[in-house]
Ligand binder design. Structure first.
Ligand code: ADP
Length: 291
């Protein structure tokens, strides 16, 4: 039976046969248990190889589109018959595409570093009240530009051992999404509360287009967008990496991002973070790193 096991494992680990599994009955109980353990390991390998392949394919595809547009723009600008204004317009478009590509590469780098565990978080006690108040001020300005009223409905105090830049990035990601996916005249409401047990919750609730129940399990997947084609064509134009990065930031702080949503009614994204164990919440640190 050991010989059989070796042959089967060798056949499976050639990389292309990860869908195969070892037989469940290997003769004796101990070997069968070993078989089960190896099967579980092969299943995990199959999942991560699949994710890797999909990620590479998606990333190449996302880079290919702006490159094609960029090339067409430059060709248009260089055309001997292109008038000055036409050439300038083409170059402006080219510039826009390079900015988009730079954003994409930035996000990919962030995720790659996170995967490798090579990302430095500069954690220190952060008073969440002032941070959320500051983020709200920025959100009001962002909302004004899109005709959306951003309010802060609840602001409790709480202290988190966190990286103030990353937390700010996380909160603003959720706010920008809420504004992006809410039509003019809509509302976005922020709140910060401390739950029983001390967990700190920051919620962004919008009255926007919402997410279908079947799509909800995928919103944090890399490159996932409710409507790929439209998101590329419209100015919304995200890459579907923002929520993956947000989830990573929350998890790196020992927390998580969760979502509740109804199609056509709006969404609520909540960041839950563990409170700082070191400091009783009566002592409030100054957030002295400039925001
Ligand atoms: P994107 O850059 O496309 O916004 P995200 O990872 O931030 O990428 O979001 C992934 C997808 O989840 C979006 O394309 C959108 O379809 C959906 N989504 C995210 N936030 C909201 C929201 N507040 N309301 C409705 N849909 C949302």
């Amino acid at each position: 039976p050991v010989e059989t096991l070796i042959n089967e494992v060798e056949a499976i680990t050639d990389g292309r046969s990860l869908h195969r599994r070892l037989p469940s009955d290997l003769g004796n109980e101990e070997l069968s248990r070993l078989g089960l353990t190896l099967n579980a390991m092969i299943a995990r390998l199959e999942t991560s190889f699949g994710a890797l392949r999909r990620f590479t394919a998606d990333a190449s595809h996302e880079l290919k589109t702006p490159l094609t547009v960029l090339r067409a723009d430059v060709e248009r600008a260089m055309h001997p018959n292109a008038a000055g204004s036409e050439a300038m317009q083409a170059l402006e478009e080219a510039l826009h595409e390079t900015t988009r590509m730079a954003d994409l590469v930035d996000s990919l780098l962030t995720l790659a570093r996170a995967d490798e565990g090579r990302f430095d978080l500069h954690r220190e006690p952060i008073a969440m009240g002032p941070l959320v108040r500051d983020v709200h001020e920025t959100a009001v300005i962002l909302g004004e530009n899109s005709g959306i009223d951003v309010t802060l409905s609840l602001l409790e105090e709480g202290i988190v051992d966190g990286d103030v830049w990353r937390l700010r990035q996380l909160f603003l990601n959720l706010i920008t999404n809420a504004i992006k996916y809410t039509p003019r005249g809509g509302k976005v409401e922020l709140s910060l509360s401390q739950r029983i047990g001390g967990e700190i919750a920051f919620t962004v609730r919008d009255s926007g287009m919402g997410i279908a129940a079947v799509d909800l399990p995928h919103v944090f997947d890399r490159f996932w967008r409710a409507d790929r084609a439209r998101s590329r064509a419209s100015e919304r134009g995200g890459f579907g990496l923002g929520l993956a990065i947000s989830q990573w930031i929350a998890q790196a702080h020992g927390g998580r991002v969760s979502v509740q949503s109804r199609l056509g009614r709006g969404s609520a994204f909540t960041v839950s973070l563990p409170p700082s164990p070191a400091i009783p919440s009566s002592e409030k640190p100054e957030n002295d790193r400039k925001l």
